[in-house]
Design a protein around this ligand. Structure first.
Ligand code: 5HU
Length: 145
């Protein structure tokens, strides 16, 4: 199974330790195409600051999104890139889990929460200690569908 993980990069790296935990868990289910998103070596400058780099990143990531079987996004730290990826994914009709931590004090964008259809695109509120359980639940429902 190919998994695409979305997490904030230029939107801010505050949650990178959590991204690491998510990616480690996801790797027990399949190949994570975007493992770099969880790298502590990646700063909020992104992978490459050059203009050609940005086109490469965009085209590669959209291609990976197309290839993926399932998409998991941590959406607590607002990120234009993650929002864009999720918009594309809705059109691609991929099975998607968005994970949000209300204890952050933030309110999730209506364009993400409002896209929840209870089936293909699901938004799940959680707290940090529940990360692994939330992912287990999600992948168990995938097996059943
Ligand atoms: O260097 C990068 N590499 C990369 O793969 N991305 C993708 C994957 C992330 O899920 C998402 C993060 O977007 P943003 O940088 O706007 O927070 O975009 C984004 C950047 C930088 O924008």
């Amino acid at each position: 199974m190919k998994v695409y993980f979305c997490g904030s990069i230029r939107g801010g790296r505050d949650d990178v330790a959590l991204y690491r935990r998510i990616v480690e868990k996801l790797q027990s289910y399949g190949t994570v195409l975007t493992e770099h998103v969880s790298s502590t070596e990646l700063s909020d400058r992104g992978e490459d600051a050059s203009a050609a780099g940005d086109k490469f990143i965009h085209d590669r990531d959209v291609d990976w999104l197309r290839q993926s079987d399932v998409v998991v996004a941590e959406v607590t730290q607002p990120s234009l890139g993650v929002g864009y990826e999720l918009g594309r994914v809705v059109d691609m009709k991929k099975k998607t889990l968005c994970m949000f931590r209300p204890l952050s004090g933030r309110v999730l964008s209506a364009m993400i929460r409002g896209a929840d259809d209870g089936e293909r695109f699901v938004v799940r509120d959680y707290s940090e200690d529940e990360v692994e359980n939330v992912l287990e639940e999600f992948f168990n429902t995938l097996k059943r569908s």
